[in-house]
Design a binder for this molecule. Structure first.
Ligand code: 7TS
Length: 413
């Protein structure tokens, strides 16, 4: 087992220029990395260098800049493949997790499913891994059912067993919940699904940034994630699909860059993964994503996971001391760096607004998980999400800010 070295947070924070911002008179405490992460200088520099020294379109120029741009873009594909231990032929560049999941829904599920088939998702899905499947249900007449949650916020095993059998054809499940922090047992779910011939599509948006992910080991058929949540720029994301499945799929979007031969009558598709990358891609984004992967790799994903886990334990402990505070999500090893809570009698938007006045950035709302809010019996939660650049001092800042909320609302003595 790899023993992760402790993180030197103070040193690492110097790499993130935005963390030096002062917000409403206070040093910024950024606890919203689940929405989007901040970017180190090296990523910002890589994007800028691309435009300064390599800007050209990919896969077409015979000139030097075209070659540089293509090298950056295809190099990014290799780096992504290496980072998540996947075959680069299965790495499709998309805009974000959402687009990757829509691609699977429309190019894999829609042509294959019909009345009598079933898609299974879970009650904890982000809307991005829920609405695309409702669309497929409406387009094909298949059924859509949901794995229930336990009160701790884990997948209910009885529900998993009942639904992971015929007529289920596809399981759509998140690796890590963006509200509860639950880490789902993907490897086990995939094994159970595959025994029944069920294809598995995983939403990896909150997993790849925070823990080592090995796609060969997980064996999921599709796996989608976003660059912007893992220190990379906005506008670039990844859909991994097993090459043998991608080979059988029609394109999702059509146009330039994804064709083999075009006549006025018809078109043949080019090979994977380019078949799924119509139009000029986000080359600058790919340059930034490479730098983000280099940064994460240099720090070490085990180290990042361990740091966040320790900080999460610290936050849970500190928050449990706050009067009238209710926390959601499981406690234990299967928990990522996300802490959702409510303060009795105070709307999360008010909590978020008062915390912002103190320089503390959290997210308040339904977090694009309205069905999960219904399951929890709340309209919204406040969520603090932790990452490699966060410190115990910042968690203390959150707790102090909540003290201020309590004073304003009279919830504390
Ligand atoms: N899936 C999960 C689990 C997510 O947390 C998010 C974004 C997405 C999908 C969509 O990612 P995108 O890059 O395509 O937008 N989650 C959040 C959040 O929790 N707060 O803001 C965005």
């Amino acid at each position: 087992m790899v023993v992760a070295a402790p993180l030197d947070v103070a040193r690492l924070r110097a790499d993130f220029p935005i963390l030096r911002e002062v917000v409403n008179g206070h040093p910024l405490v950024y606890l919203d990395s689940a929405a989007t992460s901040q970017k180190p200088d090296s990523v910002i520099q890589a994007v800028s260098d691309y435009y300064r020294f390599a800007n050209a379109n990919v896969h077409r120029g015979v000139h030097a800049l075209g070659e540089r741009a293509t090298e950056i873009f295809e190099g990014a594909r290799e780096d992504v493949a290496h980072f998540v231990n996947a075959d680069p032929r299965g790495v499709v560049f998309v805009r974000n997790t959402t687009e990757g999941l829509n691609l699977v829904a429309q190019a894999y599920a829609r042509p294959r499913l019909g009345p009598g088939d079933r898609i299974v998702a879970t009650e904890m899905e982000h809307h991005s891994n829920l609405v695309p499947w409702q669309q497929v249900r409406d387009q094909t007449g298949c059924q859509l059912e949901f794995i229930k949650l336990t009160d701790e916020g884990r997948l209910e095993d009885e529900s998993v067993s009942r639904l992971l059998q015929r007529p289920t054809r596809l399981l759509a499940v998140t690796h890590v919940s963006n509200v509860l922090g639950t880490i789902n047992p993907i490897r086990d779910l995939v094994a159970r699904a595959h025994r029944e011939g069920i294809v598995v599509c995983v939403d990896g948006a909150q997993a790849v940034p925070h823990m080592p992910v090995d796609l060969k080991e997980l064996d999921a058929d599709f796996y989608s994630f976003s660059g912007h949540k893992m220190l990379g720029p906005t506008g670039i994301g990844v859909l991994f699909g097993k090459p043998e499945l991608l080979e059988q799929m029609p394109p999702f979007l059509t146009g330039g860059s994804m064709i083999s031969v075009v006549t006025l009558e018809r078109t043949t598709w080019t090979e994977i993964p380019h078949r799924f990358e119509a139009g000029t891609p986000d080359i600058a984004g790919a340059a930034g994503l490479r730098a983000a992967i280099a940064y994460l790799t240099a720090v070490g994903m085990e180290t990042i996971q361990k740091h966040t886990a320790e900080l999460t334990d610290y936050a849970e402990e500190a928050l449990s001391e706050v009067t009238g505070l209710v926390q959601y999500g499981p406690r234990g090893e299967d928990r990522a760096g996300i802490v959702s809570f409510n303060l009795e009698g105070v709307h999360p938007h008010d909590v978020g607004t008062i915390l912002d006045r103190e320089g503390v950035a959290v997210r308040a709302g339904h977090h694009c998980c309205q069905p999960l809010m219904k399951r929890l019996g709340v309209a919204a939660t406040t969520r603090a999400s932790l990452y490699l650049y966060n410190s115990r001092g910042e968690v203390d800042g959150l707790v102090a800010g909540l003290g201020e909320v309590g004073r304003i609302f009279g919830a504390r003595p």
